[in-house]
Design a protein around this ligand. Structure first.
Ligand SMILES: CC(C)(CO)[C@@H](O)C(=O)[O-]
Length: 403
């Protein structure tokens, strides 16, 4: 089945590079194309993978997709029409706020009936993409959102993507042949009925309540679990989300995601916090190494801020605020989290814009980053020209979501 497949990955960020990289390394006759934007980071990634290859690293173990393979696999936005015309699957790994531009690209160049799988955070991405594609264009296309539980970080200039932590899984509500392909390539992929899938998307949104404290308290996800303030914010935002879902009569799966608000509340409780700190300090003393040293995972929100890009906060805590307003559940912790991340976002974007304009004044670099002309430049929305925080937030669909 896999022979002859051509998987096009739209957006070569950390998740796109990890999933596409695994598929490429697995071989088996599957062709993978990574479509990326023509921006400074996009060009840096392309130059790096063409000279040293794409490195996939986990727990210090590295595997490399050789430069020659990368040279043909990594394509610019200009090559999107040709690559999409030959696609058998499209994995959309761009940010949610880029979906309008992504839909335009897909409507123009992707043949009908090619499955589109959105590797995106938040609720209702598939419904949103259907609405953006509109009418006949959407009716002809299977569109699915994967529940993505992978923590990975991409160093563009090194062509290196590092996966950290124990989380690695995709959950889909269809496209069994693609799920099998991904599973064989080492990306565990479960297929569940659509009712269960909707519950797991809600579970993922619960997990994403870690993103805002991760950005605000500036700690890697592991050490952050020892920060009582960060855990308290996570617990509050999660409890509000739980109340919203309960009011809507919507279930959350898997069970560990239902337990998260209580776990975070417990971690914020000083006696348990003090006990954990003592245990870890003792372990460090006995073993001579920091037990949390390997837990450098950070959330996608921190990755966005580090790169001076708009975050997806409107689709995470912002969605909770919006749903809360709709059903009359107060969500002050989520509103505060949105305000804080938006302030960080504005600062990060301004800092990067300043640094980039300083660089452009150097010899040989014109002002024209040529991004407006490139559909994927907009699709990646990482040019700092607009922010999710300043945008009118799209409605968060929960309908068809009635389990
Ligand atoms: C790390 C993660 C699993 C949730 O915080 C990831 O989904 C993310 O960063 O969005």
């Amino acid at each position: 089945m896999s022979c002859g497949d051509h998987v096009v990955v739209l957006g070569a960020g950390s998740i796109g590079c990890w999933v596409g990289g695994e598929l490429s390394l697995a071989g088996g006759g599957v062709r993978v194309s990574f479509l990326m934007r023509d921006s400074a980071t996009g060009r840096a990634l392309r130059a790096a993978v063409q000279s040293v290859g794409l490195t996939l690293e986990i727990a210090g173990r590295a595997r490399v997709l050789p430069p020659a393979a990368c040279a043909s696999a990594f394509a610019s936005a200009g090559e999107a029409p040709e690559r999409l015309r030959g696609a058998t699957y499209v994995l959309v790994a761009t940010k949610r706020h880029a979906n309008a531009a992504v839909a335009e690209l897909l409507a123009a160049h992707l043949p009908a009936r090619v499955p589109i799988v959105l590797l995106q955070n938040g609720l209702g991405a598939a419904d949103e993409m259907r609405a953006l594609l509109g009418g006949a264009a959407a009716a002809d296309r299977p569109i699915h959102q994967a529940v993505v539980t992978i923590s990975a970080t991409l160093a563009h200039a090194e062509g290196r993507v590092v996966r950290a932590g124990p989380l690695v899984e995709l959950v889909l509500d269809g496209v069994a042949p693609l799920a099998a392909l991904l599973g064989r390539a080492g990306v565990p992929t479960r297929i569940v009925p659509s009712e269960r899938h909707a519950c797991e998307l809600r579970g993922k949104l619960m997990l994403n309540m870690l993103n805002a404290p991760n950005a605000i308290f500036k700690k890697a996800l592991g050490p952050m679990l020892l920060d009582r303030d960060a855990c308290a914010l996570a617990a509050e935002t999660m409890a509000e989300l739980r109340a919203v879902f309960a009011t809507l009569g919507l279930r959350v799966e898997p069970r560990r995601m239902r337990a998260l608000p209580f776990v975070m509340r417990a971690l914020a409780w000083w006696p348990l916090n003090a006990l954990l700190r003592t245990l870890l300090a003792t372990l460090a003393l006995l073993s001579g190494r920091d037990p949390l040293a390997g837990s450098a995972a950070k959330s996608s929100t921190v990755e966005d801020l580090d790169a001076g890009r708009p975050t997806e906060i409107a689709f995470l805590n912002g969605a909770v605020v919006q749903l809360g307003e709709r059903v009359g559940v107060p969500t002050p912790a989520n509103a505060a989290a949105v305000r804080a991340v938006c302030a960080l976002e504005a600062e990060a974007i301004a800092r990067h814009a300043f640094a980039n304009s300083a660089k452009r004044e150097g010899p040989g670099e014109g002002r024209g980053e040529a991004r407006a002309a490139e559909p994927l430049a907009d699709a990646d929305a990482s040019d700092g020209s607009r922010t999710a925080c300043s945008q009118e937030q799209s409605r968060t669909p929960v309908d068809g979501d009635t389990t």
